[in-house]
Design a protein around this ligand. Structure first.
Ligand SMILES: [Zn+2]
Ligand SMILES: [Zn+2]
Length: 367
């Protein structure tokens, strides 16, 4: 048993300052600390059978869920900052809304990614909102392998983490976006999140891009607050493609590669530290937090390396010329599905191969 602040023995009700050490950092459904108190060995022994398979296991599973969600959220922010695909020239708060203005889209003369406008955004909440703006699909899409990895052992074996969607009412929008062509974006978007079912049938929503709607809580049981609505409106299955006319098709190519880098960097970190992600999530809080920071730094480094490389080393001349040409070709045909979008034509593959042939030590994994 471990000692801490006082509570009531869950068997006899006497006040005590001892609790079960196995679930000392376990949490309840809302992610709050939930120690199980015992006045002494006798009461603990009497409750052992019920506790160890029930509340103790559940509290630790939720600990892994909430910590895993925190890790995924931080990784997602890091990923978005590196793979930022909006060219924002102005950001201001007016009447409780965040107004952003984009530069006119010009694929022929600009790269597909942009530096996040840190100089325009002072508030961390606004930064999170912009990092996740229009990126809800990237969470389930680009982070899917990591999501599965993080929840290993607690996810219901018959239930995959599923993509959940709901329609976001316009008046919920906190960000007002003026596109490069001067038009204000009025699209009624569907929002995507992940529903995670745990072994004991508890179900949670993991919303990595919730910050764009000023939602502070990115994970929690679906019976709380907005999640109640969310759950009601959840539509399972494939989402419609909503690719804006000014969308730069080069972005998903780079994102796909970044995802591979991210997954590889995580594997390398696990190997170097001789521990799996799930083990790291179960460790004592201080250890978990230190490891989380180190892991995010390692993964960020790997991703940044790649993006810097696409911006400089590759030679914007050869790669961008090829990609621009593909982009301009591809944009004239609207993709029908993700498969079409990611599946390049032979001609575009050829252009990439040529770009590749012009450089040494370049590996494309897109095809
Ligand atoms: Zn007792
Ligand atoms: Zn316990």
């Amino acid at each position: 048993m471990a000692s801490s602040t006082a509570g009531n023995c869950c068997v006899c009700g006497h006040q005590t300052s001892q609790w079960c050490s196995k679930c000392s950092e376990g949490v309840d459904k809302d992610g709050n600390a939930a120690p199980t108190f015992y006045c002494g060995r006798e009461c603990q022994a009497a409750d052992y059978k019920d506790h160890s398979k029930g509340p103790c296991k559940a509290a630790n599973a939720r600990k892994q869920l909430y910590r895993g969600a925190l890790l995924l959220q931080d990784l997602f922010y890091a990923y978005r900052e590196i793979a930022f695909d909006l060219d924002m020239i102005n950001v201001e708060v007016k009447n409780g809304r965040l107004h952003v203005r984009e530069r006119a889209f010009d694929a022929a003369h600009s790269g597909p990614l942009f530096r996040f406008p840190n100089h325009l955004v002072a508030c961390p909440k606004d930064k999170a909102a912009l990092l996740t703006f229009g990126a809800c699909g990237d969470g389930p899409g680009q982070m899917y392998e990591l999501i599965k990895k993080v929840f290993q052992g607690i996810r219901h074996p018959d239930t995959e983490a599923i993509e959940a969607q709901h329609r976001v009412k316009k008046d919920h929008w906190r960000i007002i976006r003026t596109q490069g062509n001067g038009e204000v974006d009025r699209v009624d978007y569907r929002h995507e999140a992940i529903r995670v079912s745990l072994i004991d049938s508890e179900s949670y929503i993991l919303d990595l891009a919730g910050a764009q709607y000023a939602r502070e809580w990115f994970t929690g049981p679906p019976n709380l607050g907005w999640r109640a609505n969310h759950n009601k409106e959840v539509l399972e299955g494939k989402h419609d493609d909503m690719i804006a006319t000014n969308y730069d098709f080069r972005v998903p190519q780079i994102q796909a590669e970044l995802t591979k880098r991210m997954n590889t960097a995580v594997q390398q970190w696990e190997k170097a530290n001789d521990k799996t992600l799930t083990l790291m999530l179960k460790e004592k809080r201080a250890s978990f937090e230190a490891n989380k920071d180190a892991l995010i730094a390692a993964v960020t480094h790997e991703m940044r390396d790649y993006v810097d490389w696409t911006k400089t080393e590759v030679g914007v001349d050869s790669l961008n010329a090829a990609m621009d040409q593909m982009g301009l070709e591809e944009r004239s045909k609207k993709p029908k599905s993700d498969a079409d979008w990611f599946g390049m034509s032979e001609q575009t593959k050829d252009l990439l191969r040529k770009a590749k042939a012009n450089r040494k030590d370049i590996s494309f994994h897109y095809f």
